[in-house]
Design a protein around this ligand. Structure first.
Ligand SMILES: Cc1cc2nc3c(=O)[nH]c(=O)nc-3n(C[C@H](O)[C@H](O)[C@H](O)COP(=O)(O)OP(=O)(O)OC[C@H]3O[C@@H](n4cnc5c(N)ncnc54)[C@H](O)[C@@H]3O)c2cc1C
Length: 336
C-alpha cells in the first residue's frame, strides 16, 4: 500500500438473511474502520435491521454475493465469493470473525488471493503500511505479533477482542449485487442441513453462543449434576453456559458446552468457573478470559490460584445468592 492510498477492508458479515448482526460482526466492523475504508460482504440478502446496523457502523457499500444455486454453507464455496469480492473491491484486508467455519473460509480465501493469513487475532494495527496482528498462543500464555508481508491480508478476529462502537457518522449502506460463479468441488456434496439446538432460558430467551459470549458461567463436577445454579446466574448476567469434560462424561450436560483442549476455546470478558478444579486441559480453553472468577470449596484449587477473584464456599449457595443480588440491583437501578 502506498502512503496516500486508503486501504479497502472487506468484512464478511453473516446471519443477515432474517436477523440482526451479532456482536462479533459489529466488533469486526469497528476494528475495520480503524484500518481503512470498509466494504461489507454478505452471502445472503441482508435484513432491514442488518442494513440499519451496517449504516450505523459507517458502511457505505454492501456487496451481496449472488452464488446462484451453489451451496454457500460449504466453506470452499463461500471462499470463492469472498475472494471474488476481495478482487472486485481491490481489498488489501479481508476480515472475518473467528468461528470454525470462518477459519476454513479464511484459509481458502487466502489461498485463492495469495494473501498472508492470520487466524484468531485480538488486535490488528497499521505499522508503516504493514498490518500487524496480535494473538495469544500456547493456551493463553504468550502474546505474539505477526506482520503480514503480502499485499493482501486475510484475518479472523476473535470475539470480545474489543468493544463494538457505532461510527462517528453513519454510512449509506447501499447494496450492490455481485454475481459469483462457484460450485462445490467434485465428490463433495451437501447431504443434509441440521439446525443446531440452541441453549435457552426458562422463558425461551436464547443464550449467547459459548464461543462468542462476553460472559461465561461454567459449572464442573462440583455441581454434582445440578446445573440449576449455573443457569440461574448465567441468565441473570445474560451469559453463556460452559462446563468441563468430566461433567460431559457424566452425561450431565452436552459436549457443546465443554470448554478446553477437546472442547471450545473461549476468550470472554468474564469467566466464572464454579465447582471446577482448573485442570490444564480445561484451563487451556479459558485462560485468555480477561477476568477469571472462581467459586470453589477448596481455596487451593488451581482455578482459584489463577483467578482474579475467588469466592470460597459451596456453589449451590453462592451462585443463587449472586444471581438474586444481580437481579435486585438491576430492578433497583431500572426504577431509579
Ligand atoms: C486428553 C484429555 C483431554 C481433556 N480435555 C478436556 C477439556 O477439553 N475440557 C475439560 O474441562 N477437561 C478436559 N479433560 C479433563 C480434565 O483433565 C479434568 O479431568 C477436568 O477438567 C476436571 O473437571 P472438573 O473441574 O469438573 O472436576 P474436578 O477436577 O473433580 O474438580 C471439581 C472441583 O469442584 C470443587 N467442588 C466440589 N464441590 C463443590 C461445591 N459444592 N461448591 C464449589 N466447589 C466444589 C472441588 O473442590 C474441585 O476443585 C481432558 C482430559 C484428557 C485426558
Amino acid at each position: 500500500m502506498t502512503e496516500t492510498s486508503v486501504r479497502t477492508v472487506l468484512v464478511l458479515v453473516e446471519n443477515t438473511a432474517d436477523a440482526a448482526l451479532r456482536s462479533p460482526a459489529l466488533e469486526a466492523l469497528t476494528l475495520a474502520r480503524t484500518l481503512g475504508e470498509v466494504v461489507a460482504l454478505t452471502l445472503t440478502e441482508p435484513s432491514r435491521q442488518a442494513l440499519d446496523q451496517l449504516a450505523e457502523a459507517g458502511v457505505d457499500r454492501v456487496l451481496q454475493a449472488d452464488l446462484g444455486d451453489a451451496p454457500r454453507e460449504i466453506p470452499v464455496v463461500a471462499a470463492a465469493a469472498v475472494a471474488a469480492a476481495a478482487e472486485h473491491v481491490r481489498a488489501a484486508l479481508v476480515l472475518l470473525t473467528s468461528s470454525f467455519v470462518n477459519k476454513e473460509i479464511a484459509a481458502h480465501t487466502a489461498w485463492r488471493t495469495g494473501a498472508g493469513l492470520l487466524i484468531d487475532v485480538t488486535s490488528l494495527a497499521d505499522d508503516g503500511g504493514r498490518l500487524v496482528g496480535g494473538k495469544r498462543v500456547f493456551a493463553g500464555t504468550w502474546d505474539t505479533e505477526c506482520a503480514i508481508t503480502t499485499d493482501v491480508a486475510v484475518a479472523t478476529l476473535r470475539p470480545n477482542a474489543l468493544a463494538a462502537e457505532p461510527a462517528a457518522a453513519p454510512g449509506a449502506a447501499v447494496v450492490e449485487r455481485l454475481p459469483v460463479t462457484a460450485a462445490a468441488p467434485a465428490r463433495l456434496e451437501l447431504l443434509e442441513r441440521v439446525v443446531h439446538e440452541v441453549s435457552a432460558d426458562a422463558s425461551g430467551v436464547v443464550r449467547p453462543a459459548l464461543a462468542e459470549a462476553a460472559i461465561v458461567v461454567a459449572g464442573g463436577r462440583g455441581t454434582a449434576g445440578d446445573f440449576g445454579p449455573v443457569e440461574d446466574l448465567a441468565d441473570a448476567l445474560g451469559a453463556a453456559i460452559g462446563t468441563t469434560r468430566d461433567a460431559v462424561d457424566e452425561g450431565w450436560i452436552g459436549h457443546d458446552a465443554q470448554v478446553g483442549q477437546t472442547g471450545v476455546t473461549i476468550a470472554p470478558r468474564v469467566y466464572i468457573g464454579a465447582g471446577i478444579s482448573g485442570a490444564p486441559h480445561h484451563h487451556g480453553g479459558m485462560q485468555a478470559a480477561r477476568t477469571i472468577i472462581a467459586v470453589n470449596t477448596d481455596s487451593e484449587a488451581p482455578l482459584v490460584e489463577i483467578s482474579d477473584f475467588a469466592v470460597i464456599g459451596d456453589m449451590h449457595e453462592i451462585l443463587p445468592a449472586a444471581a438474586a443480588a444481580i437481579r435486585e440491583h438491576r430492578d433497583a437501578t431500572a426504577l431509579s
